[in-house]
Ligand binder design. Structure first.
Ligand code: DGP
Length: 111
């Protein structure tokens, strides 16, 4: 499977890894849009939230267990989690990922 995030997980492609455990990997986004811009991904190939079910949802709960641990020290004033799913949301990498954005005041609505 030709998936860039699977290659990052397998360490075939270099990335700046911030945190890793048995189920998840968190690394710096290649094209940051804020001072803190991280991506956290499951360590199995799930294309998007459309594919999440009871067999793989433990990866998602682990991601959300890890996000506050990762963000607490580096985004003490707050952070935003963004997850793009499918064409209308402009998902560009087809491996489920959650953006962690912070380090500046973010606008709302995000569109
Ligand atoms: P999205 O539009 O939600 O699919 O965002 C995908 C993000 O992935 C985008 O912000 C750029 C980032 N990205 C794409 N390729 C790479 C890569 O090879 N390394 C890293 N670190 N980030 C990447």
């Amino acid at each position: 499977m030709d998936c860039i995030f699977c290659k990052i997980i397998q360490k075939e492609i270099k990335s700046e890894i911030i945190f890793e455990d048995d189920l998840t990997l968190c690394f710096k986004d290649l094209k940051p849009v804020s001072p803190v811009h991280l991506l956290i991904v499951p360590k199995i190939h799930i294309t998007s939230l459309f594919e999440v079910d009871k067999n793989n949802s433990h990866y998602i709960s682990k991601i959300f267990e890890n996000i506050p641990k990762i963000s607490m020290d580096i985004c003490e004033n707050g952070f935003r989690v963004v997850n793009n799913n499918g064409e209308d949301a402009l998902q560009s990498v087809e491996h489920l990922h959650f953006h962690i954005l912070g380090g500046r005041q973010l606008g709302w609505p995000p569109c």
